[in-house]
Structure formats: structure tokens, C-alpha cells
Design a protein around this ligand. Structure first.
Ligand code: COA
Length: 184
């Protein structure tokens, strides 16, 4: 069944600023993730190449200035990973636009989004709520990479999934849409 969220979301046209990554982007994505460690967990270039369809990027000229990936978690959930904005481009709304675009994709799939982060404040601004850590499977060999910073598990659900029967989901869609328009 198509939910009201999906129906309403399809009547909007997201901007093309956030693009699907291409194979030739893998090295630049790996470099950006390494550069932002320990806030992001570095991912080897060959792994990125294998999962390239799951990565999204924001380009500025020939450079990749932001990236994020959507990984399958279970039937109802995707995991948002490797969110990274080049520090030289930080604070200009790129992180907001990137995460909003991925929220949009998740909305269209009728699924929910989870993540583990050392920066919960940013995700709270994006409508995520804290959840128990056990709800996001550990990543062997990677969970000890955050240099002692507390990791927080978070989840984003479109409002109509949280409150069944509540049709008042337009404000949330409007907010996602205006985030996508932010850098127009
Ligand atoms: C966190 C991150 C993605 C934000 O990207 P950005 O492009 O600078 O974010 P935006 O410009 O869209 O900022 C949006 C708002 O979030 C706020 N914000 C940014 N980072 C934040 C943080 N760590 N905690 C709380 N709020 C934050 C900004 O101040 C801004 O608020 P304002 O609109 O009131 O000024 C970026 O700083 C980054 O890549 N950090 C390192 C990696 C990381 O932490 N990834 C996420 C965890 S996996």
C-alpha cells in the first residue's frame, strides 16, 4: 500500500545536487572519510567500489565535497553511514541537504533510517531520535575507531509511521523539501 508520505513526496522534485557516486569516485570518497576520522570510520577504497551504488556524493567542480551511504539493515530499515562533509565546505548546509536527500529516498521506499554517530546533535536537528545501541548491529573491527568518543544510535521515521492514523505529515515533508532547496 502506498502511504500518504510516498504519495505526497512524489509530487515534489528533489534537486540534483546530491548525486549517485560513480566507480571513479571511490578513491576520493575513501580519502574524505580518512580525513574526517575519527568522527567518520574510514572505509577501504575496494569496499567502497563494491558498494558504489549505495554511496551518494555532492560535487563542487571536479571535487567531491560531501558523501554518505545507505546500507541495508533489515526489511524495514536502512543504515545511514559515512556521512562526511569536507571541513572547508562545512556550515553551508551541505550536510543538511545530503541527509535530507537520503531521508527522501528512504521515505519513497517506505522504510526507516538508522545510524550510529559521535555527533548526535546534528542528527537530532534532522529529526532523528536516540534508540538503544543494540538496534544497530556492530561492525566488527570498526566500532573501536572513534577514539573514545561516545557513539549514539539514532533512528529517523517519517511522522506518519510514528503516529499511525495521523494525517498531519505535511509539515515534515515541507521541512525536507525546504532543506533540499536550501542550496538552490
Ligand atoms: C556533521 C556534519 C555532517 C555537518 O555537515 P555541515 O555541512 O557542516 O552541516 P550544515 O551546514 O548542514 O549544518 C546544519 C546545522 O547543523 C549544525 N551542526 C553541524 N554539526 C553539528 C554537530 N556536530 N552537532 C550539532 N549540530 C551541528 C550546524 O551548526 C548547523 O546549524 P545552524 O543551521 O543552526 O547553523 C559535518 O560537520 C561532518 O562531516 N562532520 C564529520 C563527520 C561526522 O560527524 N559525520 C556524522 C557522523 S557519522
Amino acid at each position: 500500500m502506498i502511504s500518504a508520505d510516498v504519495h505526497n513526496a512524489r509530487s515534489f522534485t528533489p534537486l540534483p545536487l546530491v548525486a549517485r557516486a560513480e566507480l571513479g569516485d571511490a578513491a576520493a570518497i575513501a580519502w574524505l572519510l580518512r580525513r574526517l576520522a575519527p568522527e567518520t570510520i574510514p572505509v577501504p577504497e575496494n569496499e567502497i567500489r563494491c558498494d558504489i551504488d549505495r554511496y551518494r556524493v555532492v560535487r563542487q567542480g571536479d571535487e567531491i565535497v560531501a558523501t554518505a551511504a545507505l546500507m541495508p539493515l533489515d526489511r524495514n530499515h536502512l543504515e545511514l553511514r559515512s556521512v562526511a562533509v569536507d571541513p572547508e565546505c562545512g556550515g553551508r548546509g551541505l550536510g543538511t541537504q545530503l541527509v535530507s536527500a537520503l531521508q527522501w529516498e528512504v521515505l519513497l521506499q517506505g522504510r526507516h533510517l538508522r545510524c550510529v554517530t559521535v555527533n548526535p546533535g546534528f542528527f537530532e536537528r534532522m529529526g532523528f531520535s536516540r534508540i538503544p545501541m543494540r538496534r544497530v548491529p556492530p561492525k566488527p573491527g570498526r566500532d573501536d575507531c572513534t577514539a573514545g568518543r561516545a557513539r549514539v544510535a539514532m533512528e529517523w521515521r517519517p511522522k506518519s509511521y510514528r503516529e499511525k492514523g495521523n494525517d498531519d505529515d505535511q509539515p515534515e515533508l515541507d521541512s525536507l523539501h525546504s532543506n533540499l532547496l536550501l542550496q538552490a
